[in-house]
Design a protein around this ligand. Structure first.
Ligand SMILES: *Cc1c(COP(=O)(O)O)cnc(C)c1O
Length: 450
Protein backbone atom coordinates (compact mmCIF):
# COMPACT_ATOMS: atom_id res chain seq x y z
CA UNK A 1 0.00 0.00 0.00
CA UNK A 2 1.26 3.49 -0.87
CA UNK A 3 1.16 6.33 1.60
CA UNK A 4 0.00 8.93 -0.90
CA UNK A 5 -2.93 8.73 -3.27
CA UNK A 6 -2.65 10.48 -6.58
CA UNK A 7 -5.79 11.39 -8.46
CA UNK A 8 -5.08 12.79 -11.90
CA UNK A 9 -4.61 16.55 -12.40
CA UNK A 10 -4.76 17.52 -8.71
CA UNK A 11 -2.14 17.59 -5.98
CA UNK A 12 -1.67 14.31 -4.11
CA UNK A 13 -3.86 13.76 -1.09
CA UNK A 14 -2.16 12.31 1.98
CA UNK A 15 -3.92 9.09 2.90
CA UNK A 16 -4.40 9.98 6.55
CA UNK A 17 -6.91 11.20 9.10
CA UNK A 18 -6.47 14.86 10.01
CA UNK A 19 -8.67 17.04 12.21
CA UNK A 20 -7.73 20.72 12.01
CA UNK A 21 -10.92 22.49 13.16
CA UNK A 22 -13.92 21.72 15.33
CA UNK A 23 -16.31 19.40 13.47
CA UNK A 24 -18.16 20.90 11.64
CA UNK A 25 -15.64 23.67 10.91
CA UNK A 26 -16.49 27.32 10.19
CA UNK A 27 -16.79 26.95 6.40
CA UNK A 28 -19.08 23.93 6.78
CA UNK A 29 -21.21 25.86 9.25
CA UNK A 30 -21.52 28.75 6.79
CA UNK A 31 -22.50 26.37 3.98
CA UNK A 32 -24.97 24.63 6.25
CA UNK A 33 -26.63 28.00 6.82
CA UNK A 34 -26.93 28.62 3.04
CA UNK A 35 -28.26 25.12 2.60
CA UNK A 36 -30.93 25.68 5.22
CA UNK A 37 -32.35 28.53 3.14
CA UNK A 38 -32.72 26.61 -0.10
CA UNK A 39 -32.56 22.83 0.38
CA UNK A 40 -35.68 21.00 1.55
CA UNK A 41 -35.63 19.95 5.20
CA UNK A 42 -36.82 16.58 3.88
CA UNK A 43 -33.25 15.93 2.76
CA UNK A 44 -31.08 15.41 5.82
CA UNK A 45 -27.36 14.77 6.27
CA UNK A 46 -25.84 12.38 8.80
CA UNK A 47 -22.75 14.56 9.19
CA UNK A 48 -23.09 18.16 7.95
CA UNK A 49 -19.49 18.68 6.88
CA UNK A 50 -19.25 19.78 3.26
CA UNK A 51 -16.87 17.66 1.21
CA UNK A 52 -14.54 19.25 -1.28
CA UNK A 53 -12.35 16.35 -2.35
CA UNK A 54 -12.19 12.62 -1.90
CA UNK A 55 -9.86 9.83 -2.91
CA UNK A 56 -9.56 6.21 -1.89
CA UNK A 57 -11.00 5.98 1.62
CA UNK A 58 -10.42 9.64 2.52
CA UNK A 59 -12.91 12.53 2.46
CA UNK A 60 -11.59 16.11 2.71
CA UNK A 61 -13.97 18.83 3.89
CA UNK A 62 -14.01 22.53 3.07
CA UNK A 63 -12.14 23.29 6.30
CA UNK A 64 -9.29 20.92 5.45
CA UNK A 65 -10.33 18.10 7.80
CA UNK A 66 -9.65 14.62 6.48
CA UNK A 67 -12.03 11.82 7.40
CA UNK A 68 -11.51 8.09 7.15
CA UNK A 69 -14.70 7.07 5.36
CA UNK A 70 -16.21 3.83 6.67
CA UNK A 71 -19.45 4.36 4.74
CA UNK A 72 -18.41 4.90 1.10
CA UNK A 73 -21.59 6.87 0.40
CA UNK A 74 -23.57 3.81 1.60
CA UNK A 75 -21.57 1.29 -0.35
CA UNK A 76 -21.30 3.27 -3.57
CA UNK A 77 -17.62 4.10 -3.89
CA UNK A 78 -16.77 0.48 -3.20
CA UNK A 79 -13.56 0.52 -5.20
CA UNK A 80 -12.58 3.92 -3.71
CA UNK A 81 -13.46 7.57 -4.13
CA UNK A 82 -12.32 9.09 -7.45
CA UNK A 83 -10.76 5.80 -8.47
CA UNK A 84 -8.21 6.63 -11.18
CA UNK A 85 -9.62 4.11 -13.68
CA UNK A 86 -13.19 5.32 -13.15
CA UNK A 87 -12.19 8.98 -13.46
CA UNK A 88 -10.28 8.27 -16.69
CA UNK A 89 -13.05 6.17 -18.27
CA UNK A 90 -15.85 8.55 -17.32
CA UNK A 91 -13.82 11.60 -18.38
CA UNK A 92 -13.07 10.13 -21.81
CA UNK A 93 -16.70 9.09 -22.30
CA UNK A 94 -17.95 12.52 -21.24
CA UNK A 95 -15.95 14.06 -24.09
CA UNK A 96 -16.95 11.37 -26.64
CA UNK A 97 -20.72 10.99 -26.09
CA UNK A 98 -22.48 12.28 -22.99
CA UNK A 99 -26.04 11.39 -23.93
CA UNK A 100 -28.07 10.07 -26.85
CA UNK A 101 -30.87 8.17 -25.06
CA UNK A 102 -30.47 4.45 -25.63
CA UNK A 103 -34.11 4.14 -26.74
CA UNK A 104 -33.40 6.59 -29.60
CA UNK A 105 -29.85 5.71 -30.72
CA UNK A 106 -27.93 3.05 -28.79
CA UNK A 107 -24.22 2.91 -27.89
CA UNK A 108 -21.80 0.10 -27.06
CA UNK A 109 -21.16 0.91 -23.38
CA UNK A 110 -24.73 -0.02 -22.40
CA UNK A 111 -24.36 -3.39 -24.15
CA UNK A 112 -20.98 -3.96 -22.47
CA UNK A 113 -22.45 -3.37 -18.99
CA UNK A 114 -25.27 -5.83 -19.80
CA UNK A 115 -22.67 -8.40 -20.93
CA UNK A 116 -20.68 -7.93 -17.71
CA UNK A 117 -23.81 -8.25 -15.57
CA UNK A 118 -24.82 -11.42 -17.45
CA UNK A 119 -21.34 -12.82 -16.82
CA UNK A 120 -21.05 -11.93 -13.13
CA UNK A 121 -24.56 -12.47 -11.73
CA UNK A 122 -25.21 -16.00 -10.45
CA UNK A 123 -26.61 -18.63 -12.82
CA UNK A 124 -25.47 -20.23 -16.04
CA UNK A 125 -28.30 -19.37 -18.42
CA UNK A 126 -29.21 -16.70 -20.96
CA UNK A 127 -29.63 -13.36 -19.17
CA UNK A 128 -30.72 -9.91 -20.20
CA UNK A 129 -30.56 -6.49 -18.52
CA UNK A 130 -32.31 -3.14 -18.42
CA UNK A 131 -30.34 -0.18 -17.06
CA UNK A 132 -31.93 2.61 -15.05
CA UNK A 133 -30.81 5.47 -12.78
CA UNK A 134 -31.34 4.45 -9.18
CA UNK A 135 -31.85 1.50 -6.92
CA UNK A 136 -35.52 2.29 -6.33
CA UNK A 137 -36.04 2.41 -10.07
CA UNK A 138 -34.40 -1.01 -10.42
CA UNK A 139 -36.80 -2.38 -7.77
CA UNK A 140 -39.78 -0.82 -9.59
CA UNK A 141 -38.68 -2.36 -12.89
CA UNK A 142 -37.98 -5.76 -11.37
CA UNK A 143 -41.52 -5.83 -9.98
CA UNK A 144 -42.99 -4.54 -13.24
CA UNK A 145 -41.26 -7.26 -15.24
CA UNK A 146 -42.21 -10.02 -12.78
CA UNK A 147 -45.86 -8.94 -12.90
CA UNK A 148 -45.91 -8.93 -16.70
CA UNK A 149 -44.19 -12.32 -16.87
CA UNK A 150 -46.45 -14.03 -14.32
CA UNK A 151 -49.69 -12.16 -14.97
CA UNK A 152 -50.00 -11.80 -11.17
CA UNK A 153 -50.08 -8.71 -8.97
CA UNK A 154 -48.77 -9.71 -5.52
CA UNK A 155 -45.36 -8.54 -4.31
CA UNK A 156 -43.88 -10.26 -1.24
CA UNK A 157 -41.23 -8.54 0.86
CA UNK A 158 -39.62 -9.23 4.24
CA UNK A 159 -39.68 -7.49 7.58
CA UNK A 160 -36.76 -5.06 8.07
CA UNK A 161 -36.44 -4.63 4.29
CA UNK A 162 -35.49 -1.40 2.56
CA UNK A 163 -36.12 -0.92 -1.14
CA UNK A 164 -36.26 2.85 -1.81
CA UNK A 165 -38.23 6.06 -1.68
CA UNK A 166 -40.55 5.93 -4.71
CA UNK A 167 -44.24 5.19 -4.26
CA UNK A 168 -44.03 1.44 -4.80
CA UNK A 169 -40.81 1.04 -2.83
CA UNK A 170 -42.15 3.09 0.10
CA UNK A 171 -44.85 0.43 0.37
CA UNK A 172 -42.17 -2.29 0.29
CA UNK A 173 -40.05 -0.84 3.12
CA UNK A 174 -40.47 -2.06 6.67
CA UNK A 175 -39.84 1.23 8.41
CA UNK A 176 -42.53 3.94 8.18
CA UNK A 177 -40.46 6.65 9.82
CA UNK A 178 -38.85 8.43 8.04
CA UNK A 179 -39.51 6.78 4.68
CA UNK A 180 -43.29 6.66 4.40
CA UNK A 181 -45.01 8.53 7.22
CA UNK A 182 -47.51 10.98 5.74
CA UNK A 183 -46.55 10.21 2.12
CA UNK A 184 -49.50 7.92 1.28
CA UNK A 185 -51.64 6.64 -0.32
CA UNK A 186 -49.32 3.73 -0.98
CA UNK A 187 -49.18 1.08 -3.69
CA UNK A 188 -51.29 -2.00 -3.04
CA UNK A 189 -50.65 -5.73 -3.38
CA UNK A 190 -47.49 -5.60 -1.24
CA UNK A 191 -47.30 -8.31 1.44
CA UNK A 192 -44.72 -8.23 4.22
CA UNK A 193 -43.66 -11.54 5.76
CA UNK A 194 -41.48 -12.31 8.80
CA UNK A 195 -37.77 -12.64 7.93
CA UNK A 196 -34.90 -14.62 9.46
CA UNK A 197 -33.17 -12.59 12.17
CA UNK A 198 -31.10 -15.10 14.16
CA UNK A 199 -30.15 -12.72 17.01
CA UNK A 200 -33.80 -12.05 17.78
CA UNK A 201 -35.81 -15.04 16.62
CA UNK A 202 -33.33 -17.81 17.48
CA UNK A 203 -34.80 -19.85 14.62
CA UNK A 204 -32.93 -22.18 12.29
CA UNK A 205 -33.06 -21.26 8.62
CA UNK A 206 -35.50 -24.09 8.04
CA UNK A 207 -37.89 -22.97 10.79
CA UNK A 208 -37.69 -19.31 9.75
CA UNK A 209 -38.38 -20.23 6.11
CA UNK A 210 -41.39 -22.29 7.16
CA UNK A 211 -42.69 -19.27 9.10
CA UNK A 212 -42.22 -16.94 6.11
CA UNK A 213 -43.82 -19.37 3.66
CA UNK A 214 -46.76 -20.22 5.96
CA UNK A 215 -47.41 -16.54 6.44
CA UNK A 216 -47.47 -15.82 2.70
CA UNK A 217 -49.55 -18.87 1.89
CA UNK A 218 -52.14 -17.96 4.51
CA UNK A 219 -52.31 -14.20 3.98
CA UNK A 220 -51.93 -14.05 0.18
CA UNK A 221 -51.72 -17.46 -1.48
CA UNK A 222 -48.73 -18.43 -3.60
CA UNK A 223 -50.73 -18.32 -6.84
CA UNK A 224 -51.39 -14.58 -6.41
CA UNK A 225 -47.70 -13.70 -5.98
CA UNK A 226 -45.71 -12.32 -8.90
CA UNK A 227 -42.45 -12.08 -6.97
CA UNK A 228 -40.63 -12.29 -3.68
CA UNK A 229 -38.03 -9.53 -3.25
CA UNK A 230 -35.25 -10.22 -0.74
CA UNK A 231 -31.98 -8.55 0.18
CA UNK A 232 -29.56 -11.48 0.72
CA UNK A 233 -28.05 -9.40 3.55
CA UNK A 234 -30.50 -6.72 4.64
CA UNK A 235 -28.81 -3.33 4.36
CA UNK A 236 -30.72 -0.52 6.06
CA UNK A 237 -32.28 -3.14 8.34
CA UNK A 238 -28.84 -3.52 9.94
CA UNK A 239 -26.80 -5.99 7.88
CA UNK A 240 -29.05 -8.85 8.96
CA UNK A 241 -27.55 -12.15 7.79
CA UNK A 242 -30.29 -14.81 7.58
CA UNK A 243 -29.78 -18.23 9.17
CA UNK A 244 -28.24 -20.96 7.02
CA UNK A 245 -30.70 -22.51 4.63
CA UNK A 246 -33.31 -19.75 4.94
CA UNK A 247 -32.86 -18.10 1.55
CA UNK A 248 -32.43 -21.35 -0.45
CA UNK A 249 -35.69 -22.65 1.08
CA UNK A 250 -37.49 -19.47 0.01
CA UNK A 251 -36.07 -19.73 -3.48
CA UNK A 252 -37.13 -23.37 -3.75
CA UNK A 253 -40.67 -22.45 -2.70
CA UNK A 254 -40.75 -19.61 -5.26
CA UNK A 255 -39.59 -21.90 -8.05
CA UNK A 256 -42.14 -24.56 -7.13
CA UNK A 257 -44.92 -21.96 -7.20
CA UNK A 258 -44.01 -19.90 -10.26
CA UNK A 259 -43.03 -16.87 -8.17
CA UNK A 260 -40.16 -14.77 -9.55
CA UNK A 261 -37.34 -14.74 -6.96
CA UNK A 262 -35.72 -11.28 -6.99
CA UNK A 263 -32.48 -10.56 -5.12
CA UNK A 264 -32.14 -6.88 -4.21
CA UNK A 265 -28.33 -6.75 -4.28
CA UNK A 266 -28.27 -2.97 -4.42
CA UNK A 267 -26.28 -2.69 -1.18
CA UNK A 268 -24.77 -6.19 -0.93
CA UNK A 269 -23.61 -6.55 -4.54
CA UNK A 270 -20.65 -5.43 -6.64
CA UNK A 271 -17.80 -6.99 -4.64
CA UNK A 272 -18.97 -5.63 -1.29
CA UNK A 273 -19.02 -9.07 0.38
CA UNK A 274 -16.02 -10.58 -1.39
CA UNK A 275 -18.20 -12.04 -4.15
CA UNK A 276 -19.64 -10.14 -7.08
CA UNK A 277 -23.06 -10.71 -5.52
CA UNK A 278 -23.87 -11.83 -1.96
CA UNK A 279 -26.33 -14.40 -3.35
CA UNK A 280 -23.28 -16.57 -4.05
CA UNK A 281 -22.59 -16.97 -0.32
CA UNK A 282 -26.02 -18.53 0.15
CA UNK A 283 -26.02 -20.72 -2.95
CA UNK A 284 -28.78 -18.62 -4.50
CA UNK A 285 -29.43 -18.32 -8.20
CA UNK A 286 -32.04 -15.54 -8.32
CA UNK A 287 -34.36 -15.19 -11.31
CA UNK A 288 -33.65 -11.44 -11.27
CA UNK A 289 -30.78 -9.55 -9.62
CA UNK A 290 -31.02 -5.83 -8.86
CA UNK A 291 -27.81 -3.82 -8.81
CA UNK A 292 -27.13 -0.13 -8.21
CA UNK A 293 -25.01 1.64 -5.54
CA UNK A 294 -21.48 0.28 -6.16
CA UNK A 295 -21.87 -0.52 -9.84
CA UNK A 296 -20.46 2.66 -11.38
CA UNK A 297 -17.91 3.93 -8.86
CA UNK A 298 -20.09 6.85 -7.74
CA UNK A 299 -22.01 7.63 -10.91
CA UNK A 300 -25.77 7.01 -10.96
CA UNK A 301 -26.54 3.67 -12.61
CA UNK A 302 -28.71 0.69 -11.71
CA UNK A 303 -29.91 -2.42 -13.43
CA UNK A 304 -32.24 -5.39 -13.48
CA UNK A 305 -30.53 -8.53 -14.76
CA UNK A 306 -32.09 -11.94 -15.07
CA UNK A 307 -33.46 -14.85 -17.00
CA UNK A 308 -33.91 -13.81 -20.62
CA UNK A 309 -37.43 -15.23 -20.86
CA UNK A 310 -38.55 -13.18 -17.85
CA UNK A 311 -36.79 -9.98 -18.96
CA UNK A 312 -38.28 -10.31 -22.46
CA UNK A 313 -41.83 -10.46 -21.09
CA UNK A 314 -41.85 -6.64 -21.15
CA UNK A 315 -43.17 -5.27 -24.43
CA UNK A 316 -40.84 -3.10 -26.57
CA UNK A 317 -40.99 0.44 -25.23
CA UNK A 318 -42.25 -0.79 -21.85
CA UNK A 319 -38.86 -0.33 -20.20
CA UNK A 320 -36.42 2.57 -20.30
CA UNK A 321 -36.18 6.22 -19.33
CA UNK A 322 -34.37 9.35 -20.46
CA UNK A 323 -31.18 8.93 -18.48
CA UNK A 324 -31.26 5.15 -17.92
CA UNK A 325 -27.89 3.61 -18.78
CA UNK A 326 -26.23 6.97 -19.39
CA UNK A 327 -23.01 6.50 -21.44
CA UNK A 328 -20.75 8.17 -18.85
CA UNK A 329 -22.17 6.04 -16.03
CA UNK A 330 -21.84 2.92 -18.21
CA UNK A 331 -18.20 3.69 -19.04
CA UNK A 332 -17.55 4.08 -15.31
CA UNK A 333 -19.26 0.75 -14.61
CA UNK A 334 -17.12 -1.03 -17.20
CA UNK A 335 -14.05 0.39 -15.43
CA UNK A 336 -15.39 -0.84 -12.06
CA UNK A 337 -15.83 -4.39 -13.39
CA UNK A 338 -12.33 -4.30 -14.91
CA UNK A 339 -10.78 -3.07 -11.66
CA UNK A 340 -12.54 -5.80 -9.63
CA UNK A 341 -11.35 -8.45 -12.05
CA UNK A 342 -7.81 -7.35 -12.88
CA UNK A 343 -6.85 -6.08 -9.42
CA UNK A 344 -8.37 -8.93 -7.43
CA UNK A 345 -10.66 -6.63 -5.44
CA UNK A 346 -12.87 -9.49 -4.21
CA UNK A 347 -9.92 -10.49 -2.02
CA UNK A 348 -9.74 -6.95 -0.61
CA UNK A 349 -13.22 -7.40 0.89
CA UNK A 350 -11.99 -10.58 2.58
CA UNK A 351 -8.87 -8.74 3.81
CA UNK A 352 -11.05 -6.07 5.42
CA UNK A 353 -13.29 -8.66 7.09
CA UNK A 354 -10.25 -10.54 8.43
CA UNK A 355 -9.07 -7.40 10.21
CA UNK A 356 -12.37 -5.73 11.08
CA UNK A 357 -14.32 -8.67 12.48
CA UNK A 358 -11.79 -9.78 15.14
CA UNK A 359 -11.29 -6.16 16.17
CA UNK A 360 -15.04 -5.72 16.65
CA UNK A 361 -15.23 -9.03 18.54
CA UNK A 362 -12.51 -7.61 20.80
CA UNK A 363 -14.56 -4.46 21.27
CA UNK A 364 -17.54 -6.64 22.17
CA UNK A 365 -15.58 -8.13 25.10
CA UNK A 366 -14.91 -4.65 26.39
CA UNK A 367 -18.40 -3.24 25.70
CA UNK A 368 -21.11 -5.84 26.49
CA UNK A 369 -23.69 -3.56 24.85
CA UNK A 370 -22.48 -5.08 21.57
CA UNK A 371 -24.83 -8.03 21.25
CA UNK A 372 -23.54 -9.32 17.94
CA UNK A 373 -20.92 -8.75 15.25
CA UNK A 374 -22.24 -9.91 11.88
CA UNK A 375 -21.88 -9.55 8.13
CA UNK A 376 -19.67 -10.74 5.31
CA UNK A 377 -16.63 -9.13 3.66
CA UNK A 378 -16.65 -5.34 3.78
CA UNK A 379 -20.27 -5.36 5.00
CA UNK A 380 -19.99 -5.79 8.78
CA UNK A 381 -22.16 -4.41 11.58
CA UNK A 382 -22.54 -4.46 15.35
CA UNK A 383 -26.00 -4.45 16.96
CA UNK A 384 -26.32 -2.78 20.34
CA UNK A 385 -28.71 -4.18 22.95
CA UNK A 386 -29.02 -3.53 26.66
CA UNK A 387 -27.19 -6.56 28.11
CA UNK A 388 -29.78 -6.95 30.89
CA UNK A 389 -33.08 -6.38 29.07
CA UNK A 390 -32.06 -7.08 25.44
CA UNK A 391 -33.87 -3.88 24.48
CA UNK A 392 -32.36 -2.03 21.49
CA UNK A 393 -29.97 0.75 22.52
CA UNK A 394 -31.32 3.18 19.95
CA UNK A 395 -29.58 6.10 21.64
CA UNK A 396 -26.02 4.85 21.32
CA UNK A 397 -25.02 4.43 17.64
CA UNK A 398 -25.75 8.06 16.74
CA UNK A 399 -23.73 9.20 19.80
CA UNK A 400 -20.84 6.92 18.91
CA UNK A 401 -20.93 8.11 15.29
CA UNK A 402 -20.88 11.73 16.50
CA UNK A 403 -17.85 11.03 18.73
CA UNK A 404 -16.07 9.30 15.82
CA UNK A 405 -16.81 12.24 13.52
CA UNK A 406 -15.20 14.64 16.01
CA UNK A 407 -12.09 12.46 15.70
CA UNK A 408 -12.12 12.27 11.90
CA UNK A 409 -13.87 8.96 11.23
CA UNK A 410 -17.16 8.71 9.36
CA UNK A 411 -19.23 5.73 10.46
CA UNK A 412 -22.88 5.06 9.59
CA UNK A 413 -25.79 3.79 11.66
CA UNK A 414 -28.56 1.42 10.54
CA UNK A 415 -31.29 -0.84 11.86
CA UNK A 416 -35.03 -0.62 12.31
CA UNK A 417 -34.36 0.76 15.81
CA UNK A 418 -31.27 2.73 14.82
CA UNK A 419 -29.27 0.51 17.18
CA UNK A 420 -26.76 -0.77 14.63
CA UNK A 421 -23.39 0.62 13.57
CA UNK A 422 -22.50 -0.55 10.09
CA UNK A 423 -19.13 -0.65 8.40
CA UNK A 424 -19.09 -0.65 4.62
CA UNK A 425 -15.80 0.98 3.74
CA UNK A 426 -14.26 1.23 0.34
CA UNK A 427 -12.03 -1.70 -0.58
CA UNK A 428 -9.26 0.89 -0.94
CA UNK A 429 -9.18 1.23 2.86
CA UNK A 430 -5.70 -0.03 3.73
CA UNK A 431 -4.73 -1.80 6.96
CA UNK A 432 -3.08 1.27 8.50
CA UNK A 433 -6.17 3.44 8.01
CA UNK A 434 -8.43 0.65 9.21
CA UNK A 435 -6.38 0.19 12.39
CA UNK A 436 -6.42 3.94 12.98
CA UNK A 437 -10.20 4.03 12.49
CA UNK A 438 -10.63 1.13 14.91
CA UNK A 439 -8.68 2.98 17.60
CA UNK A 440 -10.95 5.97 17.10
CA UNK A 441 -13.97 3.70 17.31
CA UNK A 442 -12.82 2.28 20.66
CA UNK A 443 -12.34 5.81 22.02
CA UNK A 444 -15.74 6.79 20.67
CA UNK A 445 -17.52 3.88 22.39
CA UNK A 446 -15.94 4.97 25.67
CA UNK A 447 -16.67 8.67 25.10
CA UNK A 448 -20.32 7.89 24.28
CA UNK A 449 -20.68 6.02 27.56
CA UNK A 450 -21.26 2.61 25.94
C1 LIG B 1 -30.15 1.98 -1.35
C2 LIG B 1 -31.02 0.83 -1.58
C3 LIG B 1 -32.13 0.90 -2.44
C4 LIG B 1 -32.55 2.17 -3.10
O1 LIG B 1 -31.56 2.66 -3.96
P1 LIG B 1 -31.60 4.21 -4.41
O2 LIG B 1 -30.51 4.30 -5.44
O3 LIG B 1 -31.34 5.02 -3.21
O4 LIG B 1 -32.95 4.45 -4.99
C5 LIG B 1 -32.86 -0.26 -2.64
N1 LIG B 1 -32.53 -1.41 -2.04
C6 LIG B 1 -31.46 -1.51 -1.23
C7 LIG B 1 -31.13 -2.83 -0.61
C8 LIG B 1 -30.68 -0.39 -0.96
O5 LIG B 1 -29.65 -0.49 -0.12
Amino acid sequence: MTDTLTPPTVAPLASERRVVTAIPGPRSIALQERRRQVVSDGVSSALPVFIERAHGAILVDVDGNQFIDLGAGIGVTTIGHTDDAVVAAAGAQLADVTHTLFTITPYEEYVRVAELLAEHTPGDFAKKTVLVNSGAEAVENGVKIARKYTGRAGVAVLEHAYHGRTNLTMAMNFKAMPYALGFGPFAGDVYRAPNSYPLHDGLTGEAAAKRTIDYLEKTVGASDLACLVVEPIQGEGGFIVPADGYLPALQEWCTANGIVFIADEIQSGMARTGAYFASEHFGLVPDLVLSAKGIAGGLPLAGVTGRAEIMDAAQPGGLGGTFGGNPVACAAAVAVFERIESDGLLAEAARIEARLRPALEGLRKRFPVIAEVRGIGAMIAVELLDPATHEPRADLPARIAAEAAQRGVLVLTAGTYGNVLRFLPSLALDDALLDDALEVLTESFAAAGA
